[in-house]
Design a binder for this molecule. Structure first.
Ligand code: BGC
Length: 395
């Protein structure tokens, strides 16, 4: 449990507000596919750098994920492999390893292997546009995955979670667990190159701002946020200025050193019982460790996102207060269902859309759940997301 005593948590279920708009689009350049196409692993391809899972040439579905270095994306990869194997698709999964150039060459590789569908989670929201255009020009149907892709009309579909509701869940958790007024608030955010980071922050700010304005919280680590603390609806520039100060770049080390710098420059009176908006699990664990080891921090409440295994253990141990479950089973299922519809030239079923600046992108948007000590059994173990036996300290 470390030195911190977590404040009592209030279990919250956040059902995303899904716009249940029936929406149908049709795939272009799709081909009929035999139901049970068998695939064979090629060991040489398995050893190719950045190539995680590969199938023989003439593959149907190409998947590009941002990095192998975060457990989140390994979970997606594992799940994709199992359901695509089950569905009998030929596929290949490549990782961009934090580089838009690698991402583009991954897309080129997949196009050269004849993919009909590209499922891509961008490294950089706007830089990915060139790769998406390339795929489109080659007759490939492109599905954006999890992270929003902006500024290109070459994107066909998106599958993802309601990211604004992720931020709302994080902000609301801090509010529900704050006692009295004057609670020191430390804000952290994701990478500026990821549109999702803006959407998460927007969601969190929408609930936190009124509670900053009424004195419940006092921002301690961002003068850009303090400048606009009376403004509910921030402009893109205002948000970018805040994110520019408190970004973690989705990197554990950046998160750690930023938290260390913040606590080094904060006076003891700016510590005590603190509330911390951490954007995802990896950064939350780094930041939590830093706050837990500061002698002037008596207690902290910290958010997260992704329900990574290590964070579920942190939640059980009382070292991370909550995480947001974005069930990779439902997300990969949705992406594969969409791929199947495209490959079979069927109607593509979506429930929403988002404006990416260049077009309205038909989207399948999924809900999220707030996981705390109180809900971990139901949402994580009973639902079969992880086995309880993989964790320690459960009562
Ligand atoms: C995803 C999060 C993830 C983060 C860092 C975001 O775009 O939505 O689930 O934790 O990127 O990879």
């Amino acid at each position: 449990m470390g030195k911190s005593k977590m404040r009592k948590s209030i279990a919250g279920v956040l059902v995303a507000m899904m716009m249940m708009v029936p929406f149908a689009g049709c795939a272009k350049n799709a081909e009929n596919v035999p139901e049970n196409t068998t695939t064979k692993e090629t060991s040489e391809q398995k050893e190719t750098p950045n190539t995680d899972t590969s199938k023989e040439e003439g593959i149907q579905v190409g998947i590009v994920l941002p990095t192998k270095d975060e457990p989140r994306w390994i979970q997606d990869q594992t799940r994709f492999s199992s359901i695509l194997d089950e569905a009998g698709f030929t596929y290949q999964i490549l990782f961009s390893q934090g580089s838009s150039a690698t991402e583009k060459s991954n897309v080129e590789t997949l196009i050269s292997k004849g993919i009909k569908v590209l499922i891509i989670c961008p490294q950089d929201t706007s830089a990915v546009g060139a790769a998406v255009q390339l795929a489109k020009d080659s007759g490939v149907t492109v599905i954006g995955y999890d992270r929003l892709i902006t500024g290109t009309d070459a994107l066909d579909y998106n599958v993802g979670f309601n990211s604004e509701s992720v931020g709302v869940a994080q902000g609301q958790y801090l509010i529900d667990n704050a006692v009295g007024t004057g609670n020191p608030l430390y804000l952290y955010a994701g990478a500026l190159s990821d549109e999702n980071a803006f959407v998460f922050f927007k969601g969190a700010w929408s609930v936190l701002q009124p509670k900053i304005a009424d004195g419940t919280f006092v921002i301690k680590n961002s003068n850009e946020a303090i400048k606009v603390q009376d403004t509910l609806d921030l402009t893109r520039e205002q948000m970018a200025a805040i994110l520019g100060q408190v970004t973690t770049d989705w990197d554990f080390n950046v998160a750690k050193s930023k938290a260390e710098a913040h606590l080094t420059s904060a006076a003891a009176k700016d510590k005590g019982n603190v509330s911390i908006l951490a954007p995802n699990d990896g950064t939350a664990r780094s930041i939590a460790d830093v706050f837990a080891s500061d002698k002037d921090v008596t207690n902290y409440v910290i958010t997260g996102q992704d329900a990574e295994k290590a964070s579920i253990q942190y939640v059980i141990d009382g070292k991370q207060s909550m995480t947001v479950l974005k069930d990779t089973r439902t997300l990969t299922d949705a992406a594969v269902a969409m791929s199947k519809q495209i490959l079979n030239n069927e109607e593509v079923v979506v429930n929403s859309e988002y404006d990416n600046g260049a077009k309205k992108v038909p989207m399948n948007q999924l809900p999220v759940l707030t996981v705390t000590k109180d809900t971990v059994k139901e949402y994580i173990f009973d639902s079969g997301y992880y086995e309880a036996s993989e964790f320690t300290g459960l009562k």
